[in-house]
Design a protein around this ligand. Structure first.
Ligand code: CAA
Length: 696
């Protein structure tokens, strides 16, 4: 017999199996532990406790997983203390066995830890990812886990934030049994044995050590890590009650920390970015079995790798046989390296290699579900290609451009099916970068967007939808950011100083290291293709270095120099002399520049441009801009993205600082003019987060 507990939809289902009450969490999609679910489980537990015909209980879950932990969207909502439910489980007079499947994360794992035993299905993934949100396990995990599996292994799980599989969980003693099938039967049988005192956990010593987990804290300023260490120490030398009290204090402190607020914002923004007006949730995407990628350069073969990794058959097309050969070799190298790292089997590597077929003729695109063009950034070439594709491809083929800045609408107009045309802007290296900018043309259909979003998910990418506009979201903001980085060189900073200041701020790489990596000539060519700037300072450094044959890493010198075969950027007095010479030619006197000026100018430029494009509707939400910069450009995640960071600075302060720079650099007054949206929000006493809350 099945009974239901909880208001409205049944949040907990209770089923009696002989003398065992099976309580099932039932809050799709992931059984996130919102206060209402916690309360419903408390009620169900009490009812089962009170029944004379219940000797033991099993805690299980409906749906794809056991539970992913606390409801991240409901932090701050009033609810019971996080320790109440786990303590009720632990102190139950009747034994409770957790039956675990799918993801068992955070507070979900902490519930399982509070049960007397744990049985897992083979597909289970168990972990404590709180640190990735700037938090610590706050539902008793810091105390129960070290007591169960030892401090070393517990620390490894908590500091890495990474989940482990069923085999590792069994090896460290996190679960008592793993079953291929019959999870509930096994859990019920164990619960009955425990009720009859026929089975008891064996505690082992010495504790096992968790293999190969890297703390996420290596790069992050992460107070949660020290809090975790302190709590695990308390688990060794304090009572359970004192340990739990310490955990509560640290949890509250971490929850209120700016780091955690920013990390939770990042999590929510990435998921919200998938919601696009005009695209109803649950719309069905067209199947993509077979794709064509046109252009076998670095981006083209990178995209082909991504598609093959998702099991999609690819025709990689390029009129240049040498380019195809290079691409084929690069594709093979990529998959074999992935295999060598132990991430895939040799069969999988071979299968992925075989999924990509190379050829010179466009005819191979005639019958595919998706075309992604990745040819040179030249509008005439792209328009001609789209016209050919329109004549060639069957109805229903999605036509995408990987352009990083050009007008998708002009490409769409070259076809008779503009509704099927959209931008799929991958970031290089495509297999590694998580971001996919989906560019919505004026006539792109809702169905094409659904298809693009579904493809992103299938490829494991974070998708953000942008409207057409030069550089879309990400590259448009790179413009003013890079311009400040270059102005700083002309005014007296060295490339090393600029890069070091921004790396210390939290970027993985400074803009000048990136410039050398991409190739200075690439930027010079892109600037020439876009509308030229009237200011002779814009692009002056890059043009001069390129004229001197300094293209960046690929030529061994650029803004830095490189030892043969090395990618390490070394300071180069010759480059610095050329920069000073260029500054002299432009009549700029060098001066001392401190790191805070570098960070402030680059960030203000970024924020102001973000506000401008948000006001123009190129991005739908400030959170979408943050998602782009977190996943495509290495903006430090613990600061939440440029727009979240602006909210933390306070928009009136942002305006004040823009005014200060406009005054200090009068020749750049126009660059520091605040975006209208920034002024409007600041004057209303509002901010980007408020604006996003009002956006559908
Ligand atoms: N709270 C609320 N919603 C959550 C959630 C959570 N903890 N985890 C996932 N979701 C939601 C997502 O928002 C998404 O909803 P929409 O479809 O409406 O956007 C849905 O579940 C599916 O999630 P994903 O799209 O992320 O699916 P995925 O398959 O790519 O990834 C996942 C699944 C690995 C579980 C991933 O969602 C994830 O990492 N979730 C966060 C898990 C986590 O950090 N848990 C710890 C919470 S803190 C805690 O638990 C502290 C405590 O006890 C006191």
């Amino acid at each position: 017999m099945m009974t239901e507990v909880g208001q409205g939809a049944a949040l907990v289902l209770t089923e009696q199996r002989g003398a065992v009450a099976v309580l099932r969490l039932n809050r799709p999609p992931v059984n996130a532990l919102a206060p209402a679910l916690v309360q419903a489980l408390m009620d169900a537990l009490q009812q089962a406790q009170a029944r004379g015909d219940v000797a033991a209980m099993v805690l299980a879950a409906e749906g794809r997983c056991f539970s992913v932990g606390a409801d991240i969207h409901a932090f701050g909502d009033a609810g019971p203390d996080p320790h109440v439910l786990p303590c009720a489980l632990t102190s139950s007079s009747k034994p409770i066995v957790a039956a675990l499947h799918g993801e068992v994360l955070g507070g979900g794992l902490e519930l399982a830890l509070a049960c007397q035993a744990r049985v897992a299905s083979a597909d289970v993934r168990l972990g404590l990812p709180e640190i990735t949100l700037g938090l610590i396990p706050g539902a008793g995990g810091t105390q129960r886990l070290p007591r169960l599996i030892g401090p070393e292994a517990a620390l490894a799980l908590m500091l890495s934030g990474q989940p482990i599989n069923s085999a590792d969980a069994l090896a460290v003693g996190l679960v008592d049994a793993v079953v291929e099938e019959g999870l509930l039967d096994c859990a019920c049988a164990l619960a009955l044995r425990l009720a009859r005192n026929e089975s008891r956990r064996t505690v082992r010593a010495p504790w096992p050590v968790m293999p190969s987990v890297k703390p996420v804290t290596r790069r992050l300023p992460e107070p949660a890590a020290s809090a975790i260490r302190a709590c695990v120490q308390a688990a060794s030398d304090q009572t359970m009650d004192d340990g739990l009290a310490l955990e509560s204090r640290w949890f509250a402190q971490c929850l209120a920390s700016p780091n955690s607020v920013a990390l939770r914002h990042a999590f929510a923004a990435e998921r919200r970015a998938r919601q696009v007006p005009g695209v109803p949730a649950g719309s069905k995407a067209r199947d993509v079995h077979h794709a064509a990628v046109i252009g076998a350069g670095t981006m083209g073969h990178g995209i082909a790798i991504c598609l093959a990794e998702a099991g999609i058959q690819v025709d990689l097309i390029d009129p240049d046989p040498a380019a195809l050969q290079r691409a084929q070799r690069a594709i093979e190298r990529h998959h074999l390296q992935t295999q060598a790292k132990g991430r895939i089997s040799s069969e999988q590597a071979q299968r992925r290699i075989q999924l990509v077929r190379t050829g010179e003729s466009l005819a191979a695109a005639a019958d595919v579900d998706l075309v992604v063009e990745a040819v040179f950034e030249n509008m005439a070439l792209k328009c001609q290609l789209f016209q050919q594709l329109d004549g060639l491809c069957r109805t229903g083929t999605l036509l995408a451009s990987n352009t990083s800045s050009l007008d998708i609408d002009r490409m769409a107009q070259a076809t008779r099916r503009p509704g099927e045309v959209l931008g799929l802007h991958f970031f290089g290296p495509a297999p590694a970068m998580r971001l996919l900018e989906i560019v919505r043309g004026a006539q792109t259909s809702g169905q094409a967007l659904v298809d693009g979003l579904a493809l992103a998910r299938r490829l494991g990418k974070v998708a953000v939808v942008a409207r057409v506009g030069p550089g879309f979201i990400g590259n448009r903001m790179v413009g003013p950011y890079g311009r400040q980085a270059e102005r700083l060189l002309l005014e007296g900073a060295t490339p090393t100083q600029v890069d070091r200041a921004l790396v210390n701020f939290g970027f993985p790489m400074g803009p000048h290291t990136v410039g050398d990596m991409v190739g200075l000539d690439v930027g010079v060519r892109a600037a020439a293709e876009a509308s030229p700037s009237a200011d002779p300072r814009d692009g002056a450094v890059a043009r001069r270095l390129v004229a001197e044959g300094r293209l960046g890493q690929k030529s061994g010198t650029g803004l830095y120099r490189y030892e043969s075969g090395s990618r390490q950027a070394l300071p180069d007095p010759a480059a610095e002399a050329l920069i000073r010479d260029e500054a002299r030619r432009l009549g700029i006197n060098p001066r001392e520049i401190d790191d805070s000026e570098i960070v402030q100018r680059c960030l203000l430029a970024l924020i102001n441009e973000g506000a401008a494009l948000l006001g123009e509707g190129v991005a739908l939400r400030a959170g979408d801009i943050d998602t782009v910069w977190l996943n495509g450009y290495g903006f430090p995640r613990w600061l939440g993205g440029p727009m979240h960071h602006a909210d933390q600075i306070g928009l009136p302060s942002v305006l004040d600082r823009l005014a200060l720079w406009a005054q200090a650099c009068s020749s750049d007054e126009a660059l520091w003019r605040p975006a209208p949206l920034l002024i409007e929000l600041a004057h209303q006493g509002s901010n980007f987060a408020d604006l996003d809350r009002q956006t559908p």
